[in-house]
Write a protein that binds this ligand. Structure first.
Ligand code: GSH
Length: 204
């Protein structure tokens, strides 16, 4: 909320919305724009004190577009990557490799390291393998793996590609309000019956 006569202005560079101001207020600022916002006074015993509350106003400068990317499903300080890498045991390496190559391509994942002689390969979005498949026992089924999508169109593309690749539809693209208001996901079973999902948390 803008205020033309604040009692006290403090210049801070906001790298993360939510600490010094509600995200919705910071989101109104474009990259490099500056403006005054109210600090989040929830739980603050001084919040009802008008003078003190005004002192909590902060002048902020949107740091850069990285704040917007907070919604894109990429790891960041508030939502760090949980695993370094994960792996599934599959019954047919060749079949699963083709399935995942086609299904994950719209999300920017590809095979970045392969051990064909051991019937295994790792997928990644850069040069680091973060999702592995290996043909070995005990064969797995029913595991749920969700891949981050940069936007809703990528979720749509994932679902279409995964079905064309032979995946079994387990829920078309759409909002799943039971998980979160902007949770946009799609689900497909891989050749072994694992529940593979793409999800976007973008606001629209
Ligand atoms: N067919 C459902 C699939 C939902 C789903 O699999 N959700 C995940 C969590 S994001 C899950 O493991 N749900 C529990 C379950 O299906 O038992 C849909 O389209 O919404």
């Amino acid at each position: 909320m803008l205020c033309d006569r604040p009692r006290r202005e403090v210049d801070v560079r906001v790298g993360e919305a939510g600490e010094d101001a509600p995200a919705a207020e910071v989101d109104r600022l474009r990259a490099r724009e500056r403006g005054l916002v109210y600090a989040d006074t929830a739980g603050d015993p001084l919040a009802r004190d008008r003078e003190r509350a005004r002192e909590r106003q902060r002048r902020v400068e949107r740091a850069d577009d990285a704040v917007l990317e907070d919604h894109a499903g990429e790891p960041n300080e508030r939502s760090p990557r949980v695993f370094d890498h994960v792996g599934l045991n599959v019954t047919d390496y060749a079949a699963s490799r083709v399935f995942y190559e086609q299904a994950l391509a719209p999300l920017g994942w590809k095979v970045v390291l392969a051990f064909d002689e051991w019937k295994g390969c790792g997928f990644g979005t850069a040069d680091k393998p973060e999702f592995w498949i290996f043909q070995r026992e005990p064969f797995g089924t029913g595991t749920h793996v969700a891949f981050p999508a940069p936007d809703r169109a990528a979720v749509d593309a994932f679902h279409a590609a995964a079905v064309v690749a032979g995946g079994r539809d387990n829920g078309g693209p759409g909002i799943r309000e039971q998980y979160a208001p902007t949770y946009y996901g799609a689900f497909v079973h891989d050749p072994d019956g694992n529940n593979i999902e793409a999800v976007s948390h973008a606001p629209s």
